[in-house]
Design a protein around this ligand. Structure first.
Ligand code: HEC
Length: 165
């Protein structure tokens, strides 16, 4: 085949090179744009001590819970639910089982955080920094036990009673 360089071919090649240049130029500009919406590195790596008290309310439907004096009859109801739904993974001492030991839990977490964790653990370990960190440490997800709000409140009462002894 004979290579003939027609004027139209040359124009086409030059045009292609020009557009390729424009695209490369735009990409280079784009990559230099500093990203302002990402958190500073220090925040991302902030060390969360999961044993330390936290005043976070967590993420979920419980946003404002007022506590009264411990109600022993509610605590008894909570104890029964805890025995069937929670003892497979938690002890009421400080000792870790599958999940953390729950002694002192009502001193290191807010009532809202505990209730959100009991009723929707998936949302918590996806969105709450402390729950996320706990999950990273333990590498076992807390199972959603389909606990209704009333039972969750009763369990909280039982945990408060355990911490008041
Ligand atoms: C399948 C095991 C499992 C069951 C069942 C379970 N949990 Fe958990 N729980 C965990 C694990 C594991 C964690 C640590 C967080 C994570 O990894 O998701 C946790 C975390 C927690 C925490 C936070 C502890 C801390 O130190 O901040 C509370 C409170 C809690 N669970 C309460 C309960 C209650 C109440 C029940 C019963 C309704 C329950 N859990 C049922 C495994 C379980």
């Amino acid at each position: 085949m004979k290579l003939t360089l027609k004027k139209s071919n040359v124009t086409y090649i030059l045009q292609s090179m020009f557009f390729a240049g424009v695209i490369i130029f735009l990409q280079a500009c784009g990559s230099k744009t500093p990203s302002t919406d990402s958190a500073p590195a220090a925040d991302v790596n902030a060390v969360i001590d999961t044993k330390a008290p936290s005043d976070s309310k967590g993420v979920g439907k419980f946003t404002d819970v007022k506590l009264d004096a411990i109600d022993a009859s509610k605590a008894d109801l909570g104890k029964a639910v805890f025995a069937t739904k929670c003892t497979t993974c938690h002890k009421l001492t400080a000792n870790k089982f599958v999940g953390p030991g729950l002694l002192g839990i009502t001193k290191r977490r807010t009532p809202e955080w505990i209730l959100n964790m009991i009723t929707d653990p998936e949302k918590m370990f996806k969105l709450d920094p402390v729950a996320k960190k706990l999950f990273e440490e333990i590498l076992t997800p807390m199972a959603n036990q389909n606990i209704n709000d009333a039972d969750a409140m009763n369990i909280l009462e039982y945990l408060r009673q355990n911490d008041s002894k």
